[in-house]
Design a protein around this ligand. Structure first.
Ligand code: DLZ
Length: 216
C-alpha cells in the first residue's frame, strides 16, 4: 500500500498550460545549496511539465527567509506598475535596491493588472505582470527561539502578500529541525529517497496562476 502512495503533489486532473504565464521566484541566500536545488525543481516543473517559457521566469534573491514577504510584495508591485505603464523592461534590471525610486508617486499606485492578461509575445520575455510568485527558502532550527519566530512571521507574511495582492504566492519554505530533513525534502539526501518539493511548488504556482486568471 505504501509503495502506491504518491509522494508529493498529486497532478491536477486537467493539464495545466503555463505557456502564457510569468512567474517570479524569490529565493534566499541562506542554506544556498539546498535552496538552489529547490529553485531548480520549481523551474523544471514549470518548464518541462507546464510549458512556462524560461524567459518568463524571473529569479530574485534576498538574504534570509524573513525578507521573503517584503521582497515578494515589492517586486510584484513593481511588475504591476510597469505592466500598467506598458514599460518595455518590466523587471530586467530591477533588484531590490536598483531601479526603484521609492519617492515616485507611481510606487504607491494600486495595481491595475488583474484578471486575464494578454498572451506573451512569441519571443523574448513577456511584458505582463507576474501571475504568481514562489517564495523559496530553508529554515533550520537552532538552539534558540529564533526559528519559531521566523517561521511564524514568514508563513503569515507570505499568506498576507497573496491575499492582499490577489496574486498567488506559493509557500516554498522548508521549516526543518535538521539539515538532513531539508536535504530529503529537496531530493538531495544520500539515500536518494527524498522528493524535491520545488517540483510541487512549480506546479502549484502554475495551477494557482491559471485559477487567478480564470474569467468568471
Ligand atoms: C538569522 C537566520 C538564522 C539563524 N537562520 C536562518 C535560516 O535557517 N534560514 C534563513 O533563510 N534565514 C535565517 N536567518 C536569517 C533571517 O531570515 C533574516 O535574514 C535575518 O534575521 C535578518 O532579517
Amino acid at each position: 500500500m505504501i509503495d502506491e502512495f504518491h509522494k508529493g503533489l498529486e497532478p491536477a486532473a486537467a493539464p495545466q498550460d503555463g505557456s502564457n504565464l510569468r512567474v517570479l521566484i524569490v529565493r534566499t541566500r541562506w542554506n544556498t545549496p539546498i535552496v538552489d536545488g529547490l529553485v531548480d525543481g520549481a523551474k523544471k516543473a514549470m518548464i518541462d511539465q507546464h510549458n512556462v517559457k524560461p524567459e518568463n521566469i524571473v529569479v530574485e534573491s534576498v538574504p534570509g527567509a524573513y525578507e521573503l514577504p517584503f521582497a515578494a510584495k515589492k517586486l510584484l508591485e513593481v511588475s504591476q506598475i510597469r505592466a500598467a505603464e506598458g514599460a518595455n523592461d518590466l523587471m530586467g534590471s530591477v533588484n531590490l535596491l536598483d531601479g526603484l525610486n521609492l519617492n515616485s508617486p507611481t510606487i504607491s499606485r494600486p495595481a491595475s493588472t488583474t484578471g486575464t492578461q494578454p498572451a506573451a509575445a512569441s519571443s523574448g520575455p513577456s511584458k505582463q505582470a507576474f501571475d504568481a510568485v514562489i517564495c523559496i527558502g530553508v529554515l533550520i532550527k537552532g538552539s534558540t527561539m529564533h526559528f519559531e519566530y521566523i517561521c511564524d512571521a514568514v508563513s503569515q507574511g507570505i499568506m498576507r502578500v497573496g491575499l492582499d495582492s490577489g496574486v498567488p504566492v506559493i509557500f516554498g519554505v522548508l521549516t526543518c529541525l535538521t539539515e538532513e530533513q531539508a536535504l530529503v525534502r529537496a531530493g538531495m539526501d544520500k539515500a536518494g529517497k527524498g522528493h524535491n518539493h520545488g517540483l510541487d511548488w512549480g506546479s502549484g504556482a502554475v495551477e494557482m496562476a491559471l485559477l487567478k486568471n480564470r474569467s468568471l
